[in-house]
Design a protein around this ligand. Structure first.
Ligand SMILES: Nc1ncnc2c1ncn2[C@@H]1O[C@H](COP(=O)(O)OP(=O)(O)O)[C@@H](O)[C@H]1O
Ligand SMILES: [Mg+2]
Length: 253
């Protein structure tokens, strides 16, 4: 690869009891690059994501951020270094407003005395949340509206918008277009392209191969806990991608 990776995993292995979930996996992503991570159910994608996001420690292997070795003891450690992860089951708080969700765990308080008492700067957070979401092309009816009132697509867009807002280096999206309609998926893909424009490194996990072929620069195919293929997206056809995932020739019908 010509580009210097911003985030890299070398020789990652992880077992769950007798199950070898990851077996000596190398993975990297560069700034301004979208890498697709694909593979059948059980191939090890989510386990790799958990190692990259600090959700669990691999049994073997090492992580490098900007070429320096890093070690995560919790997801918080990775967040602090600019690595944002959107898990398969996104974690918005439905009763809170859009802006409260965007600022969840990073709330701003009003200046001065009231701030010391913990009064939140809701107006300023509403305005900033709207601004940040608009930057990546996400329009929400109102950033003070509760998330429960949004459609599934809007909710997913807010979750991704939050990740793009706070990520300074890497954004990891585990199946973000699952359960979304065509138009909503298109919006999510648009946000991914915006994240790339912003210079973020994006890891995109999806079973929807047309989405992967549309939005990624490179595709890493996992099979049974190993990297089977790692190649530029331009070298794949829809058929060859299916073949790489299953390990079988696509039979013409
Ligand atoms: N918490 C767990 N406990 C036991 N086995 C697990 C656990 N998580 C994943 N596995 C196993 O590890 C393998 C890889 O799973 P996973 O990373 O979820 O794959 P993918 O995301 O590609 O579908 C599978 O065989 C799965 O059953
Ligand atoms: Mg998974």
């Amino acid at each position: 690869m010509s580009k210097q990776p911003v985030y890299e995993a070398r020789g990652i292995s992880k077992n769950y009891g007798n199950v070898i979930a990851l077996d000596n996996v190398d993975f990297s992503v560069a700034a301004g690059e979208v890498v697709g991570l694909v593979g059948d159910n059980g191939a090890g994608k989510s386990t790799l994501v958990k190692a990259l996001s600090g959700a669990h420690k691999p049994d073997a292997g090492a992580l490098y951020l900007d070429g320096q070795p890093v070690e995560w003891n919790s997801p918080h450690d990775a967040l602090e270094r600019g690595i944002e992860t959107l898990y398969q089951d996104s974690s918005l708080a439905p009763d809170l407003s859009v802006s409260a969700n965007v600022f969840l765990g990073r709330e701003e308080v009003v200046p001065g005395f009231w701030g010391k008492l913990g009064f939140l700067a809701n107006k300023s957070m509403d305005a900033r949340a709207r601004q940040e979401l608009e930057k990546v092309g996400i329009a929400v009816p109102s950033s003070s509206r509760s998330v429960a009132k949004l459609s599934g697509g809007q909710r997913q867009a807010v979750a991704i918008g939050r990740a793009v807002t706070w990520a300074t280096k890497v954004i990891i999206l585990d199946e973000p277009t699952n359960h979304l309609g065509a138009r909503q998926s298109a919006e999510v893909l648009h946000v991914i392209k915006q994240a790339r424009e912003k210079g973020l490194a994006v890891i995109f996990i999806s079973h929807t191969l047309p989405h992967v072929l549309e939005v990624t620069d490179r595709i890493v195919v996992m099979r049974l806990g190993r990297v089977a293929v790692d190649a530029p997206t331009s070298t794949f056809t829809p058929d060859s991608l299916v073949k790489a995932i299953t390990g079988f020739e696509v039979v013409a019908s």
